[in-house]
Design a binder for this molecule. Structure first.
Ligand code: GLU
Length: 298
């Protein structure tokens, strides 16, 4: 299978300049290493009608286009079911009936590992299991054999993070993100994952799951986020942050693209032109501050 990179947005709304900057980076990383580049719509939850089309339109407008068809997670249920069945057959799953509140209460007990599922349903007896089944639908969790796992990231080096008994399938039957992303990346031949560094903490869980499924772990590059002037992660409430907002307030598309490229130390123009100057080893390591309308003109 050919190697590939990807951008995998959740169609919950329009992309903002932070998402677009990450998409540009994913494209540059893939193209500069001779990989294909794929777009995947992560619509298992948080999907808003119309958002997918807006996102693909904006990506194309700044020059981020994929090879081949766009893949949608909602069309891939059988692949996820097959992976879950393999884990079940290996005794690596269990049913969990905990509510969010129960987990929060148990996880705040002294000595509970930070941010980890406390294992409440890990060893339920048969009678207890039957009783709980009669009350609520269950989620399916991984029976993790480690408490942490180390990944290598091109920008962060070795990163060790928590691996807990994370959810594989939610109690409403929807496949969990951590399972879907691992299955999809492997099935699509994706061996390079470039995404925002807010996702670095879940990466050890995903790499561990890949190892259980006998799937090669991709190369990771978790890139710095775009922040607002207060240093908080950029969000829609920070004013004109989408291409449509910016066009309305007088900033043309090419200028937005060139500002994003400049923030990466790259020359203005098309992404193909920027590619000739792209060096993944000399990327800015700090978050980039989007100063909105006050941004100095280039
Ligand atoms: N769909 C996720 C998001 O939009 C990204 C997942 C990934 O890149 O692995 O936050």
């Amino acid at each position: 299978m050919t190697s590939a990179g990807r951008f995998a947005p959740s169609p919950s709304g329009e992309l903002h300049v932070g998402n677009l900057r990450t998409a540009i980076l994913a494209w540059l990383f893939a193209r500069s290493s001779g990989r294909k580049f794929l777009l995947r719509v992560e619509d298992l939850d948080r999907a808003r009608a119309g958002a997918e089309a807006e996102q693909l339109r904006d990506l194309a407008a700044i020059g981020v286009t994929g090879d081949g068809d766009v893949v949608r997670q909602t069309a891939r249920g059988p692949l996820y079911a097959e992976a879950i069945a393999r884990l079940e057959a290996a005794g690596l799953t269990y049913e969990c009936f905990c509510t969010r509140r129960e987990i929060q209460e148990a996880a705040s007990a002294p000595h509970a590992p930070q941010g980890a599922y406390p294992g409440t349903c890990r060893n339920l007896g048969r009678a207890e299991l039957e009783f709980k089944r009669s009350i609520r639908p269950s989620a399916l969790r991984l029976r993790a054999g480690v408490a942490e796992f180390t990944v290598h990231d091109v920008l962060h080096g070795q990163f060790t993070g928590v691996v807990d008994d994370f959810v594989l399938r939610r109690n409403d039957g929807v496949t969990a993100y951590n399972l879907a992303v691992v299955v999809d990346d492997a099935e699509q031949g994706i061996d390079q994952v470039v995404r925002g560094d807010d996702l670095l903490p879940s990466t050890p869980r995903q790499a561990y799951l890949a190892s259980l499924l006998n799937i090669p772990v991709p190369e990771y590059a978790h890139v710095p986020l775009v922040v607002n002037r207060d240093g908080a992660r950029l969000a829609k409430r920070d004013g004109a942050v989408t291409l449509a907002d910016l066009a309305r307030t007088g900033t043309p598309l090419a200028e937005v693209r060139d500002r994003l490229l400049a923030s990466l130390g790259l020359p203005p123009g098309t992404l193909d032109h920027a590619l000739t100057a792209f060096d993944p080893t000399s990327l800015p390591a700090k978050p980039w501050v989007w100063a909105g309308a006050a941004q100095p003109k280039l």
